[in-house]
Design a protein around this ligand. Structure first.
Ligand code: C5P
Length: 229
């Protein structure tokens, strides 16, 4: 059994819209509905827990999406807190060894082929895996005054995407350890790395973008129109 955890407790302040970005309309659906359907459409994914901001009035109250159960919980101040809350809200029947897919509510363009490859390669790895894209731009390190002081070699650098796939028990322990240490972890893989574990990088499509600005929404509309062709 594999469940998805969908952190959706962000307020999306960078976007500047009155609604959190996961509730904006995109190609006839809400952004979060695309993200949920993208993971739940896979036959190997059995349900999802969505972490919502306290007092979230915009969540449509779905109990199922695409015929699969959707549970909710209250998220936390940081993304990692929301993921941890959702891990605790997973059905008790999902034991420690079961795989959990963590997928941002704000990533509506996940392609089914990427998800299939992540599940196949991640479940064959002792630690787990994440979708990621190789860095293509030249990277500059800035000084305090905003001048470029060095160019970083990009050969071994990747951008972390979601979904990320880990076993329920291992991921819960890794996120709890990071919280106890007061370490700010910005994705699940980082929590695992802190324990000396090395998640597998599974190359994903560049167009699995995270909605951050209004331009991203327009781009996502275009990407979704092409992926349904
Ligand atoms: O803010 P950012 O775009 O990095 O958020 C990535 C995902 O994490 C979004 O889906 C957002 O709703 C979620 N999040 C959360 N709890 C927070 C902050 C972000 O669930 N405290």
């Amino acid at each position: 059994m594999t469940w998805a955890v969908v952190p959706a407790a962000g307020r999306g302040t960078r976007f500047g819209a009155p609604l959190p970005k996961q509730y904006l309309a995109l190609a006839g659906r809400l952004v979060i509905e695309h993200s949920l359907r993208a993971v739940l459409d896979h036959p190997g994914v059995d349900g999802a827990v969505v972490a919502l901001a306290p007092g979230d009035d915009d969540w449509p109250g779905w109990r199922e999406v695409g015929g699969k159960p959707v549970l909710t919980c209250t998220g936390g101040a940081e993304r990692a807190d929301s993921v941890l809350a959702a891990l605790h809200a997973l059905p008790a029947s999902l034991d420690e060894q079961q795989w959990v897919l963590v997928h941002d509510a704000a990533r509506p363009c996940l392609h089914r082929d990427d998800l299939a490859r992540l599940l196949e390669l991640g479940q064959a790895d002792p630690v787990g895996a994440l979708l990621a894209a190789p860095v293509r731009d030249t990277l500059k390190r800035a000084d305090d005054q905003g001048h470029s002081q060095a160019t970083e070699p990009r050969e071994s650098l990747w951008r972390a995407l979601t979904p990320q796939l880990f076993r329920r028990g291992g991921l819960t322990r890794a996120l709890e350890a990071a919280r106890r240490a007061g370490a700010a972890v910005t994705d699940e893989a980082m929590a695992m790395e802190r324990l000396g574990l090395k998640p597998r990088l599974v190359e994903g499509r560049e167009d699995n973008l995270k909605i951050t600005t209004p331009a991203d929404l327009a781009l996502a509309e275009f990407i979704l129109s092409r992926s349904s062709e």
